[in-house]
Write a protein that binds this ligand. Structure first.
Ligand SMILES: NC(=O)c1ccc[n+]([C@@H]2O[C@H](COP(=O)([O-])OP(=O)(O)OC[C@H]3O[C@@H](n4cnc5c(N)ncnc54)[C@H](OP(=O)(O)O)[C@@H]3O)[C@@H](O)[C@H]2O)c1
Length: 273
């Protein structure tokens, strides 16, 4: 991972889970950081840990579920120095039948998982594709990108968008020093599941759960190898390959079986601390 030394990376969703783990790996390898999310206390804690490893860390609190925030974030992140690596990791899902959560939460999902990711990717591509040194765009999708997922209809569709969008960018950038990689994690042990009102999973879903650290390490390696697309974990790879061999209705039915029932009760709400 020597290529990371001295680079400057913007990581969205760096306050917890996979994003925080990616930030720690970058810091271990000598990359300077711009960390963003809504919860300032958690961001500050991750930033302090990373500064302890000898890199500079800027913290920018932003709610990327709101229109205009991605542009403000990019302007602030690039005001003093260039960004060589962009990790679009921030994202959320909810495990409920479509139409059973407030319309505002659906709009926030579309804004965060797709619109903000597109806006940041655009800002990155237009500034980096003519740059001399290597630059990397890493977009985090999900194995949900490979099929329809009942009770996560909008989330899985948003991740299918991220996957197709990023794979096309990878090809468009092939003649430049910039690269684009999409990583499609399966179940990863983070706050995601509690936030989504999910977690009554079958044994196979629990057996294939990966730590955020392992997912982050594999994702960063795939990014540095300039892979087009990467699925961490053997069971996840087999499952994404398997859906090509079965009818789409069957894959959807299996997803419902594997993911179990939504956890009852109100969905948790996060906001800036
Ligand atoms: N965990 C899994 O099983 C799994 C599987 C496949 C894909 N993924 C994907 O992996 C990515 C990271 O998720 P995770 O598992 O690490 O879950 P997580 O711990 O809940 O992390 C999500 C991150 O996104 C940030 N975020 C959420 N809403 C935001 C908003 N409106 N504006 C700015 N930042 C926001 C959160 O920070 P704040 O709340 O502080 O803003 C947090 O840092 C997501 O894109 C998720 O879809 C996860």
């Amino acid at each position: 991972m020597a290529e990371l030394r001295g680079k400057r990376a913007l990581v969205t969703g760096a306050s917890s889970g996979i994003g925080a783990a990616i930030a720690r790996i970058f810091a271990d390898e000598g990359a300077h950081l711009v960390l963003t999310a809504r919860r300032k206390d958690q961001l500050d804690a991750v930033a302090a840990e990373c500064r302890g490893k000898g890199v500079t860390v800027d913290v920018i609190v932003a709610d990327l579920g709101k229109a205009g925030e991605a542009a403000r974030l990019w302007a602030a992140a690039t005001a003093g120095a260039a960004v060589d690596i962009l990790v679009n990791n921030a994202g959320f899902g909810y495990f409920r039948p479509f139409g059973e959560v407030e319309a505002a939460r659906e709009a926030e999902l579309v804004q965060l998982n797709m619109t903000a990711l597109v806006e940041l990717s655009r800002a990155f591509v237009v500034t980096r594709k003519a740059a001399a040194g290597a630059s990397y765009l890493l977009n985090i999708a999900s194995i949900g990108a490979y099929q329809s997922v009942p009770n996560m209809a909008l989330y899985a569709a948003s991740k299918a968008f991220v996957r197709n969008f990023t794979e096309a960018l990878h090809d468009e950038l092939s003649a430049t020093h910039a690269s684009a990689t999409v990583v499609c994690p399966g179940g990863t042990k983070t706050e995601f599941h509690a936030q989504a009102g999910a977690g009554n999973y079958s044994w196979i879903a629990n057996a294939s759960m990966m730590s955020a650290e392992e997912c982050a390490r594999k994702s960063v390696r795939a990014m540095l190898k300039k892979k087009r697309s990467y699925i961490p974990g053997l069971i996840n790879k087999l499952s994404c390959f398997g859906v090509r061999l079965v009818p789409r209705w069957f894959a959807s039915w299996m997803a419902r079986r594997v993911l179990g029932k939504p956890r009852p009760g109100e969905l948790p709400q996060r906001s800036a601390a």
